[in-house]
Each structure stands twice: as C-alpha cells, then as structure tokens.
Design a protein. Structure first.
Lengths: 387, 360
C-alpha cells in the first residue's frame, strides 16, 4: 500500500534497531534497572504487538502500556448505564463496534442486543444522527466514547443535531481527556517511567503544547509518535537520544499529521459543546479529577444523562482483576493472577482483555510468542521453498 | 419435503408450465396449493430440470454404479446460506448456495455431483429477487457441473425470516487413494492458497453501505471443484484442504495446526491480498487474515509436490493467483506464526467472536 508500506520497511527497521541498541547500551552502563517507556495510546500498544516491535529492541528497554485505550478504561458502572439505556423500550442505542463486548456487571451490549435491545453498530456519530432522522418516533442514543481523537466528531454531530432541530437524538457522553490522566500517572509516588511515546491522533487535535508540563515539571522526555512500526521505532530512538543527552523535551515524530497547535476548528467545536467534569471514574485507575467531559447546559436537550433516568451506580471491578496495576505499569499482563485463565478474550473479566488495543488482549493474541522464546529461533527455510 | 418434485409433474406431461404473476411472494405460495405450483413451476423448474428431478418422486434416486465409476467413497455435506445483502458485487445468495456446498464437497477431494435446495422465503419478498437468486444458482451449478435433484420451499410470515434463506446439501464421490484430512499436516509440508484473500468479506462490508465508501472489490464467490480436480491430478496425496470461509485464512490454519498437532509459519510478504482490501482493513482496523472468502482454499501438500500442485492450480481460472505462503513446522506449541513484512513474528490466533471495527 502506497504511503503505508514505506513506514513498514524492514531494512530501515534493522538500521534503527541497531542505533537503538547502541544508545541503550550507552545509557545502560550507568543504570541498574531497564528503561521504561510508556506508550500512552492503545493504538501504539496494538502496533507494538502486531508487528513484533519488541523483537527489535534490546532487553534494557521495556514498554509500559498506558491508559490510552478508551474502551479499556471504561468503568463497569458506565457499561451498566449503556445497557440500561439500550434496554429502554423506545431506544435505539448506537455504538462503535469494539465497545459492544465490554463486560458490565451483568452483561455487555452484545448480550443486551441478543436479549432484544436495539443496539446498532455505527462507524461515526453522524451515522447515529442519520438513524435518528430515519426513526423520528424512536429515541436514538449515541454512545460517545474516546479521547480528544473522537471528541470533535461527536461535538460536530451534536452541533448538527441542534442546527437541524432533531429532538430524538441524544449523546451518552463518556469522552475523556488525556492530559489530566498523564498528570495523575506522573504524580504517582511509585513512578518508574523514563519517558513517553505521546498519542498521535489525540495530538492531531490538541497539538503538542499541552504536553510541555511533562518536560518542564517532571523532566521526562515525550515524543509524539505515529502508529506505523517505523514511527514507533523512531520515536523510541528519539526518547533514548533525549535521555542519553540529558534532555527532557516535547518532540514531534508524527509531524506529517500533528501540527504544533493541533486543529483549531476541532478544538473550537469541542469547546463549544463540552465542558470538563469535576471528576470521572476510570476503570482500574479510580476517579481522576477533570478527566472527563459532559455536554454544556446549552446542549442539555441532547444529553442522554439528563434526558433519561440512569442507574449511575459505581460498580467495583472484580476482586481478582488487576487491570489497574497493568494500566499503571506495575505488572505485565501475563503477571495478572487471572490472565489467560478466568480472563481471556472469550470471557473477559477486565476491559483490557476486550479491545484489540487493550494490553491484555494484545498480549494474549500476539504476545505469547515473546514468552515462548520462539521469536528468537533461527528463521525457517520458507523463503527457499517459495522461491 | 420434496414439494418441488411433486409439483414438477405437470411440467413433464407436456402441458404449458404454470406461471407466477404475483409481484411478491405471499403465504399462499408456501401452502401446497395452486399458488405454490405456480411458483415452483415458473421459478424453479426451468432452472433445475433434469432426469432425476423429473422422475417426480419424493426423493432423488441414483444408480450406485455411476458413483462407483468415480471413486470408492461418498462425501455428503450441508450448509445454510443467510447473507445480508442478498446481492453484492461478485455474487449473491444463489451463487453462494451452490458454490458453498460444492466447495465443502470438493475439500475432501470429492467430485461434486448432486445438490438439494431448500428455500425459506419471507412473505413479501419480491418475486424478481427470487428469480435472480435462482438464476444465479442455475448458472453456478452449470459452472460447477452439479445437478440440483431435489428441493423444498417454505414461505414464512414477515419477520420470521430475513428475506431469503437457502439450504443446500450435496453428494460427491471421493476418488480412490485420495485421503485429505485436517489431521495430516506434517512438518516440512508447504501451505498454498489459490489467490487473493479477503475479497468476499470486504465486498460484503462495502455492499452493506454502512461505510459510505466505494471500492472495486468483488466477492470471490466461485465453485472450486475443477480446481481441486486439477490439484488431485497433480498430487493425489494432498494432505489437507479446506475452504477459508468464515474466519478466513487464520481460522483454517489454526484448525490444521491443532488437528495435526504441528506449527504453521506463514510469511506476510507472500500473502496475496489486494491493495483495496488492505486499505479497507487499515481504515476499519480489521485483519484481512480473518476476513471471509467464498472461493479460496488452503492446501497443505508434501514439499516435493508443491511446485507441481502450484503449477496445476495456476493453470486454472480459479487458481491463477495461487501462491505458496508458508510451511508446516514442528513448533506445535507456537500454533500459527506470521512473519511480518516488517521483520517481526506474531501469533495468529483463532478469532474470538466477530471482528469488530475499532473506535479510532
């Protein structure tokens, strides 16, 4: 594929890999523990596993899989609210596909659908608005989910609904914002992180300036990274270079997509429609101040939380579930006591096992190869036979 | 059962066939009365007429000797076809219903011979839609050299079925000496596919029109009997053969690896996947390895026969883009491993549930 394959070039990967190894051993001489780099975004987690990127890195470098998978950090109580909304008799509940399997305390949206609820998968909030136009006598609720990446499209949809005066459309808003969460992680007393790969798509909207506190207040390097494997490798190299040179800056590897000031039009729409909530609960991480958004009063008519009565209960994660420890980088997915036994992609206990961007699902799906040591065996003779 | 044969009687007596004038199928078309005879004679008879069907019994009866000439074992299979939308670029439910069952037979190395056809029609289906589906069945049956010899029609109330469901069962004969089984993959064997992967899954996704995008990908829906016959001629000792339908290539390879207790290693750079399919998958966060195909098979053959099987496949229209994509290994604990173009290895596991598009 043109414009994609260029970022998956194995020769360049090998060259980068060598440079990373050289840098890592230079840094490693003065350290006792491995370098920990957090990839904030679930898209990066997915790429790391999909392309076997860890196989290009020396053992002195560890990825810590961050909280940037919106489906994964959704608390159970909110899923229960979704199910309650979906099961209202006159409601058509619309959602992105990968939110369908997230377990609530009793069931997922997929199970609610099987039980008769009208749950429909959409690819964009505008699809949900179209369903509302086509079904004027039904209430159409869109499950708004995601970081700053998806916030603008939801905001534009709400603006459109208001402009057209579509009264039967509403938003169940679960949008969250990345900066307060990064700050919460950096404030944690047991922090071991040496640097960050910053989220590419979020930054396309918010730009690179909001990350400056990471460098100035916490002296940690952060590199905004693209999602192709070479993007990730190059970003790792940039983080290491900063560490080796004793710098802590915000650098932008994903310059082909991310402008320094982000997308002002998107920011304007978001600001017009949304306001910050005082606190929002994250699965596994607990409540984080100012980390969620809700609709402003001017758009209350489109707010499903005000339009419908919701259970709005806080539901504790299952006791055996260690999603929080994984999200904070304290343990690796495979170290969780229920990984691969009680919790697997077939029967996920925790949300990290649900989405393909969730660290546990990625470990389960792609990552077992790392623990089996098979990746390091000599290459087979497949190529000769095929030639 | 077999209302089709029963109502065929007048057609073979020389009187003009009854014709169906209703623009939509209604419950009376399944009642066993005149309306049903109109439907069957007009829509089905022309398409499926043949001596066995014309015998007008409650069952199709075949001489065993005909079977014995072709081989020493029977293959028997059934499949039910429910697809939304009914018509999509490259095929429709009729093409699927014939090709799907023919392919299931062919994957045993069998020569596919006879099919049954059971239709469940939702009240209100436009007659024209039914005619188009049956015409496709006829054309595909001709292409695959199979005969529809028995059938059944039911009409159910609105909402009790979605437009049209078709069940076909099929019988074929397995030639002597051919022993194809998912349990027979051996380390060193070579993995071959007969062309572009993921076309059907992509065509269906696009045809549902939920994405608001267009692309030129057509379903690969096609019968594979002739292709398999040429493969068996080139190498009677084909070890494994399966069509990569739901769950795609990844699922079939996992089934082989598990049943044969071996590992399988494939190379991403060798996988035939169209640029358009790759593009659609990139946008939606889907993996083409798991996308459905309706005219693709995965073969595992002894290494020393791989080149001749490949050559035989490439000489057939259904195998023009055949490629060797990997090999069987002894690393059974690893399951199926993909060596990515990027140079890393990853596990290709069984799919869990449906593939769901990612949020961002």
């Amino acid at each position: 594929m043109k414009y994609v394959d260029e970022f998956r070039n194995p020769e360049q990967a090998k060259a980068l890999s060598q440079e990373i190894r050289a840098l890592a051993s230079r840094i490693g001489r003065t350290r006792e523990r491995p370098l920990q780099i957090m990839e904030v975004c679930g898209g990066h987690t997915h790429s790391i596993f999909r392309y076997g990127i860890t196989q290009f890195l020396p053992e002195e470098i560890e990825f810590v899989h961050g909280p940037g998978c919106p489906v994964c950090v959704l608390p159970m109580g909110r899923v229960d609210d979704c199910v309650a909304l979906a099961e209202l008799p006159n409601v058509i509940f619309t959602t992105f596909g990968d939110a369908m399997r997230v377990p609530g305390s009793k069931k997922s949206l997929l199970k609610a659908k099987a039980g008769g609820a009208d749950v429909r998968m959409v690819y964009s909030p505008l699809d949900a608005l179209q369903i509302a136009r086509q079904n004027p006598y039904r209430e159409v609720v869109f499950f708004g989910l995601g970081f700053e990446t998806t916030m603008p499209s939801t905001a534009m949809t709400v603006l459109q609904a208001k402009a057209e005066g579509i009264p039967n459309f509403s938003l169940f808003c679960n949008h969250i914002t990345i900066i307060p969460t990064l700050r919460a992680i950096l404030d944690a007393p047991d922090l071991n992180l040496d640097g960050f790969l910053g989220p590419g798509h979020v930054s396309m909207v918010i730009g690179t300036r909001p990350y400056e506190f990471i460098a100035s207040d916490f002296s940690k390097p952060i590199v905004i990274s693209g999602f192709e494997p070479l993007d990730v490798l190059q970003s790792v190299w940039m983080v290491l270079k900063q560490i080796a040179e004793g710098r802590a800056e915000v650098e932008n590897q994903y310059g082909r997509i991310v402008p320094r000031d982000g997308n002002p039009l998107a920011q304007k729409a978001v600001h017009e429609v949304f306001e910050v909530r005082e606190f929002f609960e994250w699965r596994g991480l607990g409540s984080i101040d100012y980390s969620g958004v809700r609709l402003r009063d001017a758009y209350a008519a489109y707010d499903a939380e005000r339009k419908f009565k919701l259970p709005n209960l806080r539901v504790a994660d299952p006791k055996s579930c260690q999603c929080g420890d994984v999200l904070k980088g304290l343990i690796k997915p495979a170290q969780c006591r229920v990984f691969g036994t009680q919790c697997s992609p077939e029967t996920p206990l925790g949300a990290l096992m649900v989405s393909t961007e969730g660290a546990c699902a990625a470990y389960y799906r792609y990552g077992r190869i790392d623990t089996s040591g098979l990746a390091k065996r000599p290459q087979s003779n497949v190529t000769e036979i095929a030639a | 059962m077999n209302s089709l044969e029963k109502t065929l009687a007048p057609a073979s007596t020389g009187r003009p066939r009854r014709s169906l004038r209703d623009s939509h199928i209604n419950l009376s078309h399944g009642s066993g009365g005149k309306a049903m005879r109109d439907l069957i004679e007009d829509v089905f008879v022309g398409a499926f007429e043949n001596p066995i069907l014309a015998a007008m019994e409650d069952q199709a009866v075949f001489p065993l000797a005909d079977f014995a000439r072709l081989g020493n074992r029977l293959a028997f299979t059934t499949d039910t076809f429910v697809v939304d939308p009914l018509f999509f670029p490259g095929g429709d439910i009729g093409t699927l219903a014939v090709a799907g069952t023919v392919n299931d037979l062919a994957m045993s190395g069998a020569v596919p011979l006879f099919l049954s056809c059971g239709m469940v029609i939702e009240e209100g289906l436009p007659t024209e839609v039914l005619r188009r589906a049956v015409a496709s069945m006829k054309a595909t049956a001709l292409e695959a050299c199979v005969t529809v010899v028995t059938g059944d029609t039911k009409v159910v109330g609105r909402g009790a079925a979605d437009k049209l469901f078709i069940n076909t069962a099929g019988i074929g004969v397995v030639p002597e000496g051919v022993n194809i089984s998912a349990r027979r993959a051996r380390p060193g064997d070579v993995v071959i596919v007969n062309g572009y992967l993921g076309d059907h899954g992509t065509a269906i996704l696009i045809a549902r029109n939920e994405l608001g995008v267009e692309c030129g990908v057509r379903s690969d829906c096609q019968p594979l009997g002739t292709l398999v016959a040429s493969m068996v001629a080139a190498c009677p000792d084909i070890h494994c053969l399966r069509d990569a339908t739901r769950g795609g290539l990844a699922t079939v390879l996992n089934e082989f690896a598990e049943s044969s207790n071996v590992g399988i290693r494939i190379r991403e750079s060798s996988l035939p996947i169209r640029e358009e399919v790759k593009g659609a998958c990139e946008i939606l966060g889907l993996d083409p390895l798991y996308l459905a195909n309706e005219g693709k098979l995965v073969a595992i053959v002894p290494a020393d026969r791989a080149e001749s099987v490949l050559a035989a496949m490439r000489s057939q229209p259904a195998g023009k883009h055949s490629a060797i994509i990997g090999e069987v290994t002894e690393a059974r604990s690893a399951g199926v491993i993909l060596h990515t173009t990027f140079g890393g290895d990853r596990v290709v596991d069984m799919l869990v549930g449906e593939q769901l598009p990612r949020i961002c």
